[in-house]
Design a protein around this ligand. Sequence first.
Ligand SMILES: Cc1cc2nc3c(=O)[nH]c(=O)nc-3n(C[C@H](O)[C@H](O)[C@H](O)COP(=O)(O)OP(=O)(O)OC[C@H]3O[C@@H](n4cnc5c(N)ncnc54)[C@H](O)[C@@H]3O)c2cc1C
Length: 383
Amino acid sequence: MSRSDIDVLVCGAGAAGLTLAIELARRGVAFAVVDKLATPFPGSRGKGLQPRTLEVFEDLGVLPAVLAAGGPYPQLREHRADGSHVDSPLGDASPTPAEPYAQPWMCPQWITERILRERLAALGHTVQGGCELLALAQDAHGVDATLRDAHRKRTLRARYLVGCDGGRSTVRQLLDVAFPGHDLGMRALVADLTLEGLSRDAWHRFGSDDPARQLALCPLAGTELFQLQTPVPPEGEVDISLPALQALLAQRSGRSAITLQAVHWASVYRMSARLAARYRTGRVFLAGDAAHVHPPTGGQGLNTSVQDACNLGWKLAAVLAGAPDALLDSYEAERRPVAADMLGLSTSLLEAARRGELKRSRATRQLDVGYRGSPLNLEAPAR
Ligand SMILES: Cc1cc2nc3c(=O)[nH]c(=O)nc-3n(C[C@H](O)[C@H](O)[C@H](O)COP(=O)(O)OP(=O)(O)OC[C@H]3O[C@@H](n4cnc5c(N)ncnc54)[C@H](O)[C@@H]3O)c2cc1C
């Protein structure tokens, strides 16, 4: 067998890559985790941690920090054109011994990722930032990855490689894995703002009767920020400067008393729903957004990515320690159907949101995710 430098190369240090790195670190696997960004991504993006993810975080040893850093979701406040409003709770499920985390917990994504990095550091590992994967080639025994950082280009040989490199995944493209699905024909603006003139006791929604002008402002737990979300035209430049966002906010909310103070992060993104044709190509795997992209409705993206990584991590460690390679095939068999269901769920929630309804079903909490059809399960006995 040819020599490998490491057992696993994790490409991408978002929520999926960091979770996978922690799983590998605590099982003593020799791995490296690289990210092309020199410094961590700053935006709030996936702010909702679903109950199933909280269970995973408990197991990873990061739950106390996540609970301390975030907070529960506030009530939803629908503001009407006549100035009145209606409040509604986002959910009423209570914890039980079987389901100790009944409700989603809010924690901006950059804080969740910071906590995951801190856990990784406590396990003795760090992300190699500013290091981009450019190419890969695999044979029967390993994968040669071409990496480039500020100083040099080099080849690292790993027994397995996992692409946790997001929706535009280089790994998926290098493998030529199809990414079928469709563009949902919608773009949205998401921004983290400080502002005055709006209470922090509710998730404020304006203009729910007009899908093109809806605007939501959610107080981000653990911070002084609000996360703004609003649709923007499908094509053309979007001005994300403070004066432009102030004007957009006043126009769509009908409130001139809300004053923006600073724009900490802003991004415009196009919504699509796509699922990778396969999650495994020989010794290379896809996890997280690299394997599935979808609209943010229902807060499923980060959660599904963390759970992909959690599923794959222990299996890689077990196979490296001598378990049959077929164990790794159960990753796609278990996780791809979950992503397919999640794409349907988030797309139908997007349609509902466009009609002005904000639904949070039990399915969004991901507590019923399970693997009855998994090849790891034994056939039910006749008796
Ligand atoms: C603007 C925006 C708003 C969003 N809003 C929500 C929301 O409200 N709710 C929700 O649940 N989800 C939301 N999401 C989705 C959520 O953020 C993602 O599902 C989640 O980040 C997926 O995690 P990931 O680790 O798979 O990928 P990512 O977080 O995308 O991480 C991928 C990492 O790979 C790195 N990388 C990429 N290419 C390479 C390469 N060649 N070499 C090395 N490193 C590489 C990138 O720098 C990045 O750090 C949003 C996403 C965006 C972009």
